[in-house]
Design a protein around this ligand. Structure first.
Ligand code: MG
Length: 220
């Protein structure tokens, strides 16, 4: 029996509540469409300049259908060109996430990358190696199609469909701006500098509603 406690007292809570930032990978942490465009030029055997970078979701502008459609390109990109291991990190992402992590925010990567049957190990290995190589801090990684099933206090996301689903479920989302989501309503961020500002603002509000957070943190 712990000193000062009595039989029948409620259990001691051993978990502390944290502010969780749910971070998407493709188009948010890494320049997915930029790298996919390079690989699509190889797949289609066309000059890269002939493929617009002003794409919408699913890249219908690249006329992939005659050669098997988006899924065929995606499979080729992941299995033959290490797509997830070769994305260019978005400018500023690593220092921003490190600062947010040091400030006490829990980084939770949420990605729908298990898209191709029977290539799960390849997709996961490329992903984790990329995160480590780029020094991106995180505590959790969730490979989930249904992002509403993964809890977070704030989500950073670029896919119009995921943003809509999250917002319909009552989740707070900052849209990471790119050509696929021009039509999606704010709040939006054009850079990781803007993400940092938006996250810090929301975190400060959250701390006001969770006054024990600092004490819990010190006890860890
Ligand atoms: Mg994305």
């Amino acid at each position: 029996m712990i000193e000062g406690r009595h039989q029948g007292d409620p259990p001691v809570m051993t978990t502390s509540k944290e502010f969780i930032l749910g971070v998407d990978l493709d188009g948010v942490c890494g320049d997915f469409y930029g790298r996919l465009r390079e690989i699509a030029a190889v797949w289609l055997d066309v000059p890269i300049e002939s493929l617009t970078d002003d794409v919408s979701y699913g890249v219908p502008e690249w006329n992939l259908e005659p050669l098997g459609g988006y899924s065929a390109l995606h499979r080729f990109a992941v299995t033959q060109h290490n797509l997830f291991g070769t994305l260019k990190p978005m400018p500023g992402i690593t220092p921003v996430l490190r600062r947010l992590s040091i400030a006490g925010i829990r980084i939770r990567i949420i990605t729908h990358r298990l898209y191709i049957k029977h290539f799960l190990l390849v997709a996961i290995r490329q992903t984790v190696e990329w995160l480590d190589r780029n020094g991106i801090p995180y505590w959790d990684i969730c490979f989930m199609g249904d992002k509403t099933a993964v809890g977070a206090d704030l989500y950073i996301e670029d896919s119009p469909g995921n943003v809509a689903e999250l917002r319909d479920a009552g989740c707070e989302v900052v849209v990471f701006a790119n050509s696929t989501n021009k039509h999606v309503a704010p709040p939006r961020a054009n850079s990781w500098t803007q993400v940092e500002a938006a996250v810090r603002l929301r975190f400060e509000e959250w701390k006001k509603n969770n006054p024990d957070w600092g004490n819990q943190r010190e006890r860890k």
